[in-house]
Design a protein around this ligand. Structure first.
Ligand SMILES: NC(=O)c1ccc[n+]([C@@H]2O[C@H](COP(=O)([O-])OP(=O)(O)OC[C@H]3O[C@@H](n4cnc5c(N)ncnc54)[C@H](OP(=O)(O)O)[C@@H]3O)[C@@H](O)[C@H]2O)c1
Length: 233
């Protein structure tokens, strides 16, 4: 990615890693379009709009909502997107064992973690294709790595992230002009990661920023962690 000013679209940017990435790209002089399910309640995003007037835009988006996706398409019509970061994610009740898994939770996990990023990417495909060297990133997780799974459990989350990885891999083959990768952000201190996580949002966002801004077309189809190392599928 060349150092010139780019336009970055980030889903689920009102808190956690998405907010950290919005801060990072803005601080480096890029334009950020941040999506949130509830923009009115997204105080940190309004603070960013105040701090970076003209370089920041907030759009409402629930990645599982078809009319919301259509609205996104309309709101961004004709605008080139250099980098799409599919960040929004959901961790279904981690305490729930196999016997207690609820169908609704399984469906919700797939809708947010796997189908959602695919549909967002589909909605902004022409925006990515309008950019000179477009990049599509999915914030996945090592929890979606089959090779890394030595502890079991987390069916809904693990399965939905594995499906996300497969979407990105196929997309990277079908659209060779869009550099597409899945990224593991580390185990991060957010609402999802919890207080015991060893990595801060700042550390994760800094690492992800370095990885994303150094991506080259030859990287397409890779699964990479926030420190730049390959993750096994
Ligand atoms: N934290 C970790 O240790 C860790 C590790 C590996 C991977 N990840 C991945 O990193 C990404 C960010 O995680 P995080 O730790 O920052 O999580 P988080 O603090 O729980 O934030 C999740 C974000 O996703 C949004 N979101 C949830 N459902 C959505 C939907 N239906 N439509 C649109 N947005 C939705 C949330 O919006 P609301 O505020 O409206 O709920 C929020 O902005 C996720 O994909 C997660 O799976 C995290």
């Amino acid at each position: 990615m060349q150092p010139r000013r780019k336009t970055i679209l980030i889903t689920g940017a009102n808190r956690g890693i998405g907010l950290g990435l919005a801060n990072k790209f803005l601080a480096h002089g890029h334009t950020v379009i941040a999506t949130a399910r509830n923009p009115d309640g997204a105080r940190d995003l309004w603070a960013l709009e105040h701090a970076y007037p003209g370089s920041f835009r907030i759009l409402e988006l629930d990645v599982t909502n078809a009319s919301g996706l259509q609205h996104l398409r309309t709101a961004l019509a004709g605008q080139a997107i250099d980098v799409l970061i599919n960040n929004a994610g959901y961790l279904s009740n981690p305490g729930s064992g196999f016997a207690e898994l609820a169908p609704d939770e399984l469906h919700k996990s797939f809708a947010i973690n796997a189908t959602g990023p695919l549909l967002v990417t589909q909605s902004v495909l022409s925006n990515l294709q309008a950019a000179a060297q477009p990049i599509m990133v999915a914030i996945s997780s090592k929890m979606g790595s089959i090779a890394d799974n030595s502890s079991g459990g987390y069916y809904a989350y693990r399965m939905s992230k594995t499906a996300l990885n497969m979407f990105v891999r196929s997309f990277s083959i079908d659209y060779p002009d869009i550099t597409s990768v899945t990224l593991h952000p580390g185990w991060v201190k957010t609402d999802m990661g919890g207080a015991a996580a060893p990595t801060t949002v700042e550390e994760s966002a800094s690492g992800l920023f370095e990885v994303i801004t150094k991506l080259k077309p030859v990287d397409s189809g890779r699964f990479i962690d926030f420190l730049g190392a390959n993750v096994e599928w």
